[in-house]
Design a protein around this ligand. Sequence first.
Ligand code: SF4
Length: 262
Amino acid sequence: MVKSVNEHSLIDVYLQTQIKEVHGTVGNFTCKLADAQGKETEVSYGTAIIANGGESYSPEEYLYGEDPNILLSLDLDQEIMQNTDRLRAVSTAVFIQCVGSREPERPYCSKVCCTHSIHSALTLKELNPDMNIYILYRDIRTYGEREDIYREARLKGIRFIRYEMDDKPRVEKKDGRLRVTVKDQVIKMHVEIDTDILTLASAVIPRDDNHVFSELFKVAMTQDGFFMEAHAKLRPVDFACAGMFVCGLAHGPKAIDEAISQ
Ligand code: SF4
């Protein structure tokens, strides 16, 4: 797809480029671009779509960064794709959900992480059906048809343990291994799990440069730092100003199928 975009006669791709100025109205916009060497180019266009994506939250909690066996969901994807020796040796894997999401400073749900973790857990089960897998969650939000993989995970023996916001799991290193302690809300007792890897389902966060785009294109942002549509139901991909649209994670956390339909 990248190749076909790069080779398309009607598409110009500018990489390593900054937008310096934006002028005009719908159907007749111009913007000034500057490349890495400072060389400026002016581009005329009729409409603009802001689709600059989002980022993954880098946790300060759960010992992230202090042990190589503590991963983020995207790191685990890489391990799975490369089928690493470490992964093949894993006998127990733990996932902690809502890391950085649904907190006072980031009250929104990141929407993709429940599905992502369950999907990864099922892949680990395929690699090693005997692997013990625990998913520690606050709520499972596998909405729509994603509910099917939640059901499948339950059937395949992946264990789900619910924790409370005010009694989060604790992670410590014990005799060279990671130990996760969590209060199981069903039996009302703390459970200790010694694990080989711990995957943190970290929040989707807005990009730092969103405020730059917001000022350049005169478009609104939400309190969470994503871009705000004109009307959530009637104009869900338009900005309030004519000729400007938003798509994907720039607009807020969403799964790839939702971004594609936008
Ligand atoms: S999708 Fe699940 S893990 Fe992610 S923030 Fe929402 S409830 Fe938490």
